[in-house]
Design a protein around this ligand. Sequence first.
Ligand SMILES: [Zn+2]
Length: 275
Amino acid sequence: MRIMISADMEGATGVTWTDDVRPGTEPWQRFRRVFTGDVNAGVAGLCAGGATEVLVNEAHSSQRNLLLEELDPRAAMLTGRHKPLSMMQGIDSGVDGVVFLGYHAGAGVEGVLAHTYLENSITGVWLDGVHASEGRLNAALAAEHGVPVLVVTGDDRTCVDANDYAPGARTVAVKECVSRYAAICLPPTRTAQLIQSACAEAMVSAGRGEGTVQSHRIEVEFDATHLAHAAAVVPTVSLVDVRRVGFDAVSMTEAMKAFKVVTAIAAGAVEGIYG
Ligand SMILES: [Zn+2]
């Protein structure tokens, strides 16, 4: 049984603030260790439940956050940027389940450090008409490969979201959202136990099924009109409203590639003071 962990950082134990997840800062150096602890708890649980191999795919920012030297030796880590499937690189490698660890709520809703891909600028994303977090997008990609989402960890809002897009998954709330930058946090010793037992229990749901490839539509809303104009130059992408673009794709894999281009172009079009 090979299991993949897609590891994002905003939903890690104790993380509540921008600098906690911004590479190079002192708080980030501190939370890299805590984040690695969450991942290790996941690896321990998965292995206790019967996993024979665990691939950890770094999914946050520069994708160089976890401490390899502190990683559970039963896991291997995919680190660094420019992976075709990004947060989900490895989902097409025959894995029997995926864990979304350290995930967070989507742009435009309540949740600690809530956003979708870009920290700012994107105010909402919709997948086939449904408001979509990174978790929902990534779950659709997992479904295309027949891979079940086993566990989702993050704040309580992340868990509510996951119950909707992956009802079969176990959820672990490592903190309770008070505002976008405040949460009631459980200490790492507590969250490690919760993550470990959820991952161990969830292994009963592991096992790859038939993937379902189907067409999808994604719409993205920005906080400024020029970002929509900038994104609309991408082939297949068109303006659907003054701050909103949309596109159709033949599969979730293709949809995510187009989404990645849209976010990259919009990020590059952000101007200083006027956004
Ligand atoms: Zn994220």
